[in-house]
Design a protein around this ligand. Structure first.
Ligand SMILES: [Zn+2]
Length: 119
C-alpha cells in the first residue's frame, strides 16, 4: 500500500497534474537544504527549506514568483539561498547523493567521520 502525498500550492488551491505530482513526490527525500527546484511538466516551484529556512514549500506555475518573494521576505536575512536566481534545476538528484542517502547521509555530518559508521 502506498501513501499518496498531497501537494498544494501555498497560494491557491491548485493541485499538480499526475506527472508533476510524480516529480514532486520524487523531490521529498532529497538531501537538500535551502534550494529551489522545478517540478515539470507544470513547472511548479519547490523550496527545499528545512532548518532555519522552514518547511518545504510548493507553488504552482502561476504563483512561483509569489513563493520566491515570500521566501526572500521571510528568510532573506538568514542567508543567500533564497536569493538564488533561476533557472533552477529540475532534479537535484545525482548518483553521489543517492549513495549518500543510502549510507545514512541524512545524519549529522557523516562526511567528517563523526556520524554513524556504515560497515
Ligand atoms: Zn497557485
Amino acid at each position: 500500500m502506498s501513501v499518496r502525498l498531497l501537494f498544494r500550492c501555498q497560494f491557491c488551491d491548485a493541485q499538480p497534474d499526475p506527472l508533476t505530482q510524480i516529480n514532486l513526490e520524487k523531490s521529498v527525500p532529497e538531501l537538500m537544504w535551502g534550494a529551489y527546484e522545478d517540478a515539470m511538466p507544470e513547472k511548479w516551484l519547490i523550496w527545499h527549506g528545512r532548518g532555519l529556512y522552514g518547511p518545504p514549500r510548493y507553488a504552482c506555475r502561476e504563483h512561483r514568483g509569489d513563493l520566491v518573494a515570500f521566501l526572500r521576505e521571510h528568510y532573506g536575512t538568514i542567508g543567500w539561498h533564497p536569493w538564488k536566481r533561476p533557472p533552477y534545476p529540475t532534479s537535484l538528484r545525482n548518483p553521489d547523493k543517492e549513495r549518500a542517502i543510502a549510507v545514512g547521509g541524512r545524519s549529522a555530518m557523516p562526511k567528517w567521520g563523526y556520524g554513524p559508521q556504515v560497515k
